[in-house]
Design a binder for this molecule. Structure first.
Ligand code: PEP
Ligand code: MG
Length: 752
């Protein structure tokens, strides 16, 4: 027999034989024994073995060519040996000289020492590794790429047999789960809010009943029809989405539709069909490949795109199998997903959704942006949530703290229900504060502003009664688009913001991209410490056309009205001078075109890099305002990554160091006649906001949810008494003065 495995004829024949065996008589074990024989023959290998996951180990379930006594005896841990390596990384391996591979683990009971080459593929189902199929040869055989492909296809067919009960579900469950117990799982906070509800899996598994194609041509026709159908579905979704109409999310959905037109993707699907798979199995195979790639990719942007692609595959399989995927949604659904495309979230009835929990994802993922826009409590990166939760389980999601309580006891539910009721009552109380001034008991007026980055955030201006937008993070509008927005697109973006804000001032921050806020369409070199790397003003000064285009759009949007521009991550006055030069050039250009310059143009810098604090005499005459980005400033001050869960809480913003720094800044800036705001998270926490006001800050900017409690705090505060107390605390040797300040607030009846 000629070396086979070529895609097309050889592969198709092998698949047909496998299908016959699977449909034939016998127990699962007997059929598996026959399958390994068929594969060994089909791929001209002396050995074919099948390892399956049982009790967390890879157990040799069947072999042709190794010693039969090793069956059900040889067991490997995930990651152990080459088989364990294939399983742990969910990716195939092909080695002409397997024994020289560093991961090779010799098992004497198998008698495999005489086989030199090895090719293996993971048996995957729904992104999980069910086992591994390997072939081995005595000679140092170089397996061709199409042979690896064939083995992967074979592995898919085997996945059907395996998941049809070779290792029974009860057995697998008993080994891996035990009694369902209450659990507390931690992830990362994506969107605030607490919800109690019922677990619903976003993607209940779709059964693919036909794997091997009778007629590849007919399958190609089915595939084309499904791609067309998918296209229409996405178009409809796109048109129907209110969010899309608001303009903000067009980019997200559009990026998503692009995949459906991608040639490479289409070609891979067709190839899989020609190798003998049905259209749905072909999609699943390509999906498996994507997931295997996902496991390897660390670049956050690429991961997001691969997740979008995963979503697309699922929709295709739904189309092809006629499984609409819609399950009856309870009216208190807590959606559980490994990850999710943004469009998929929009597909759900918002009225029935209480919360979202993701196994992967990040706060900057597209789906996170949509979840925030829908005001859905959301926790991401909860490891193995889909293994630890069963559909129908009772869950509590605490989006604020990034915690999920699984099957909580009644006492936990009771205390959370009380918390939810208290939060609601506070919300109602706070709504009454909307039109009340933010003035302290001793008459100090504080300007309270919002941080925003999406058009939907601006709706909160009216709801909270905020004075304006203290920080508009323009990069978010860039992140949700598939390509760099043109000047006119940017102009439209800023015009909309200004139109909604009306009379209220808006501070536009220029692009703070880079670091963890990557723009899909810009290439970056990997920095070892991205937060301290090529980001924000460093990047835009190196790419002056980007900065100039953005400033041009801002000037155009202001159309002669007032405009405030703020530069992020300024480390030295010279950077600010350079950035202002760009602004001057754009002002000249504006004048030459005969357009109106802003009636009042204010230029500010963010205080995020400690070095800038040491240049205040040169800085102050060159700015109209300053804004403390305490998130970055504190991470650089303490040299403590702001995103590190291990360091969270280690250094307290309410420490003498921070207090004295802030006091010095406000005093020096005040003497120079420059107003200073705080727009980091610190400004939105009542105790911290109280302290800042006590130190002399009279303007804060925060997220919408934080504003009412801060206003309530201000209205119960006597600033003078606090200022005197702070003066003493600044000199304290303590690591933190938080508890002292809390006690002060309690003693003085300040609403914290
Ligand atoms: C900050 O660093 O405090 C800030 C407001 O900017 P961002 O959180 O967008 O980095
Ligand atoms: Mg910052």
């Amino acid at each position: 027999m000629p070396p086979s495995g070529t895609l097309g004829g050889g592969s198709r024949q092998l698949l047909k034989r496998l299908r016959d065996v699977m449909a034939g008589q016998g127990t699962g074990q007997e059929r598996l024994d026959r399958i390994v024989r068929v594969i060994a023959q089909g791929l001209v290998a002396e050995v074919c073995s099948c390892y399956l996951v049982r009790g967390g180990m890879l157990e040799l379930f069947a072999t042709e060519g190794l010693r039969p006594g090793a069956v059900h005896q040889t067991r490997l841990a995930m990651g152990e040996g080459l088989v364990g390596d294939i399983a742990a990384h969910a990716r195939p391996l092909a080695l002409a000289d397997a024994q020289s591979h560093p991961n090779f683990a010799y098992r004497p009971e198998t008698g495999e020492e005489i086989f030199h080459s090895l090719m293996g593929a993971p048996i995957l189902r729904g992104g999980r590794v069910l086992g591994v199929v390997v072939v081995q040869n005595r000679t140092k055989r170089h397996y061709a790429e199409d042979e690896v492909e064939t083995l992967e296809t074979v592995a898919m067919v085997m996945a059907e047999l395996v998941s049809a009960g070779l290792v029974s579900d009860e057995e697998a469950l008993a080994a891996e789960q035990g009694e369902p117990m209450p659990a507390r799982l931690e992830g990362i906070h994506v969107h605030d809010g607490v919800a109690v509800g019922t677990a619903v899996f976003h993607r209940p598994r779709i059964e693919i009943r036909r794997v091997v194609a009778e007629d590849p041509e007919a399958e190609l026709v089915r595939l084309e029809a499904a791609v067309g159908g998918l296209q229409r579905q996405l178009d409809e979704l796109f048109a129907a989405s209110e969010l899309a109409r608001a303009g903000e999310h067009e980019g997200v959905l559009e990026a998503y539709r692009m995949f459906a037109l991608d040639r490479g993707w289409n070609a891979r699907l067709k190839e899989a069909i020609r190798s003998g798979l049905t259209a749905e199995a072909a999609v699943q195979k390509v999906q498996n490949d994507t997931r295997a790639r996902l496991a390897q990719v660390v670049d956050p942007y690429l991961r997001e795109r691969l997740m979008d692609l995963d979503d697309l595959h699922h929709r295709m399989i739904q189309h092809l199998t006629g499984d609409a995927g819609r399950r009856e949604l309870p009216d208190d659904a807590i959606l559980i997903a490994r990850t999710m495309g943004p469009a998929e979230l929009l597909d759900y009835d918002r009225a029935r959704l209480k919360a979202l929990v993701l196994e992967e994802g990040s706060a900057t993922a597209h789906v996170a942006i949509i979840a925030r826009a829908l005001d859905l409590p959301t926790v991401a990166r909860v490891p193995e949530i889909r293994d630890k939760v069963s559909p129908g389980d009772r869950l509590i999601v605490d989006g604020t703290h990034g915690v999920v309580y699984v099957r909580p006891g009644d006492d936990v539910i009771d205390s959370i229900t009380t918390l939810i009721a208290a939060t609601r009552a506070a919300e109602i109380r706070h709504a009454g504060l909307r039109d009340m001034p933010a003035v302290s008991l001793d008459g100090v007026k504080v300007s309270l502003n919002l941080n925003a980055g999406l058009l939907v955030d601006l709706a909160q201006l009216d709801r909270t009664g905020a004075d304006g937008i203290g920080l508009y993070r323009t990069e978010i509008g860039f992140m949700v688009r598939p390509r760099y927005p043109t000047v006119s697109e940017q102009t439209a973006m800023y015009q909309q913001v200004l139109a909604i804000a009306g009379e209220r001032p808006v501070v536009f921050r220029t692009l703070d991209a880079g670091g963890d806020k990557r723009l899909p369409y810009l290439s970056y070199d990997e920095d070892e410490n991205p937060a301290m790397g090529w980001r924000a003003i460093r990047m835009t000064l190196d790419r002056p056309s980007l900065l100039r285009q953005q400033l041009r759009a801002m000037l155009a949007a202001a159309a002669g009205g007032p405009l405030s521009v703020m530069f992020p991550m300024v480390a030295e006055v010279a950077e600010l001078v350079d950035a202002k030069l760009m602004l001057d050039l754009e002002l000249d250009r504006l004048r030459q075109a005969g357009a109106a310059a802003p009636e009042k143009l204010r230029v500010g810098a963010m205080i995020e890099v400690p070095a800038l604090l040491h240049q205040l005499p040169a800085l102050l005459p060159r700015v109209d305002f300053l804004s403390v980005g305490s998130n970055d400033l504190l991470q650089f001050l303490f040299a403590a990554d702001r995103g590190s869960p291990r360091l969270a809480g280690r250094y307290d913003p309410l420490s003498p160091a921070v207090l004295s720094l802030m006091a010095r800044l406000i005093a020096e800036a005040g003497a120079g006649g420059v107003p200073v705001t705080v727009c980091g998270e610190m400004a939105g926490r009542p105790l911290e906001a109280m302290t800042l006001i006590g130190l002399g800050f009279s303007s804060l900017s925060m997220s919408a949810g934080a504003l009412p409690p801060v206003k309530a705090m201000i209205r119960s505060l006597d600033v003078r008494a606090l200022a005197a107390y702070l003066d003493r605390l600044i000199r304290a040797p303590d690591r933190s003065v938080r508890e002292k300040l809390r006690a002060f607030a309690a003693d003085h009846g300040i609403a914290i």
